[in-house]
Design a protein around this ligand. Structure first.
Ligand SMILES: [Zn+2]
Length: 463
């Protein structure tokens, strides 16, 4: 039985030829377009054709957005999508090892291709529901070629925009013969004939130049879980050998010394930071590295990382980042720190969640702002809802108050993926059944007894 036999999702409908979003409050994140209290967005052939007042568009499908705020689709720059069915299984995990106990060291070993498929589908649908239109999928459980195929097909089936970074599993027995040659196979099977499609390919690998060479041969980016305190010493050598470049994407970057940041900047390495993940799992000093990156002229994306402990939306990521940044500023000013950050603001966080994330994904020419000529990836937020009305400040409303339940419409590449508050084309009953089947299999295989009130996740020791 192929993974698609679940028929969890209706086939993607083509994007309407023309769509007109009428009368929205527009936060474009593009300095030339600016903000508009009331404006129209014309979408044609999947791209933004025009933004302005009272646009005319004969024959266009019209969306009345008079009580909505339009923002660019958000970009989650680092998510392990395959863990979708393990949501909140380990809410108090306090260390990286504790995270691994409930993922790599236990269930990951028993994932079948269909488990990867439903995990990725669930994560991608959760992203779309929350206004995340692009995700860098850090897929570090590619146990066989079939697992990788399932991961890619899930992303394609949901209509999300994604960079799929295939990565070797962390533990257990797996088909090492398919790695890293799998990447060339994946590229030929899914990515050669649809350049410019919604899903593109990357490699996930640590500081392993031999692996990186394979990715570079294929012309795909390389995603690395980079812990700056522990791994900075290796940067100098890599940089001297010319092995760091624009095609590197580093996650976390905690505790990186000044010399390390200079290398990342000089080499053009792309960076994302993890406000919740770093604090939650105590990654090095637990403080997301946004301020250090900004100080060196790098504008990182924000990333959710995992849903195994907390929620999967960028609203929370922005809010936690805002508060951490404020705490850092207050604390450092009080103690006379030379690099105390200026108070951040809501707009700056929305940039991190949109255009800066797009740059981290290498897609800033195509997405990340509402700009004529860019792909039509955008989100409409209802302003009449009880938690948002009245909108005395549009940017504050989005960054400090909006939730996924306020998202009326999500459009990706001109295609409606959420409409009237509901993700399009999902059979909830079939989706739940597939997820439940997957959980039953994984829990049984790993010998895990579900406990909805557990304070901690006891390590599962297996041969
Ligand atoms: Zn991660």
């Amino acid at each position: 039985m192929s993974v698609q036999d679940h028929q969890l999702l209706a086939p993607l409908a083509p994007a309407p030829h023309k769509m007109l979003i009428r009368g929205a409050t527009i936060i474009s994140m593009d300095a030339h377009v600016g903000n508009m209290p009331k404006g129209d967005i014309l979408i044609a052939a999947g791209a933004i054709a025009a933004i302005g007042a009272r646009l005319e568009a004969e024959g266009a499908e019209v969306i009345d957005a008079a009580d909505m705020i339009a923002i660019p689709g958000m970009v989650d720059t680092h998510r392990h999508s395959w863990e979708g069915q393990l949501r909140r299984i380990n809410p108090n995990a306090a260390t990286l090892e504790d995270y691994c106990n409930a993922t790599h060291f236990s269930f990951a070993k028993y994932y079948r291709p269909r488990d990867i498929y439903v995990g990725n589908v669930l994560t991608a649908l959760g992203c779309i529901d929350a206004g995340i239109t692009t995700v860098i999928d850090n897929s570090h459980n590619s146990r066989t070629a079939a697992h990788s195929d399932a991961a890619v097909e899930a992303l394609l089936d949901t209509g999300i925009r994604a960079v799929h970074a295939a990565g070797a599993p962390v533990s257990g027995v797996w088909d090492k013969a398919h790695w890293p040659g799998n990447l060339a196979r994946l590229k030929a099977k899914y990515f050669t004939h649809q350049p410019g499609g919604l899903v593109t390919l990357a490699m996930m690998a640590q500081l392993e130049p031999d692996q990186w060479a394979v990715a570079r041969e294929l012309g795909i980016p390389i995603v690395t879980e980079f812990f700056g305190g522990a791994m900075a010493a290796e940067l100098e050598g890599l940089h001297q050998r010319g092995l760091l470049g624009r095609d590197n994407i580093f996650n976390h970057c905690t505790c990186l010394p000044e010399s390390g940041w200079k290398i990342l900047r000089d080499a053009g390495v792309r960076v994302n930071v993890c406000p919740r993940s770093d604090a939650h799992y105590g990654i090095e000093d637990g403080l997301f590295a946004w301020q250090a990156a900004l100080r060196h002229g790098i504008r990182p994306g924000l990333s959710v990382d995992n849903e195994t402990s907390y929620s999967g939306d960028m609203f929370m990521e922005m809010r936690v980042a805002f508060s951490l940044q404020r705490v850092l500023g207050h604390h450092q000013r009080l103690h006379g720190h030379p690099h105390a950050p200026a108070s951040t603001n809501a707009f700056r966080l929305l940039e991190a969640a949109t255009i800066d994330g797009a740059a981290c994904a290498g897609l800033e020419q195509r997405i990340g702002s509402l700009t004529p000529g860019k792909q039509a990836d955008l989100v409409l937020i209802r302003t009449g809802d009880l938690n948002l009305y009245p909108v005395n400040n549009a940017i504050g409303t989005v960054v400090h108050a909006a939730e996924r339940s306020n998202i009326d419409t999500v459009i990706i590449g001109g295609r409606l993926r959420k409409r009237d508050g509901v993700v399009v084309g999902v059979d909830q009953a079939k989706l739940h059944a597939a997820i439940d089947e997957s959980c039953t299999h994984l829990f049984n295989a790993a010998g895990y007894q579900p406990d909805p009130f557990a304070e901690s996740f006891a390590p599962i020791h297996h041969a």
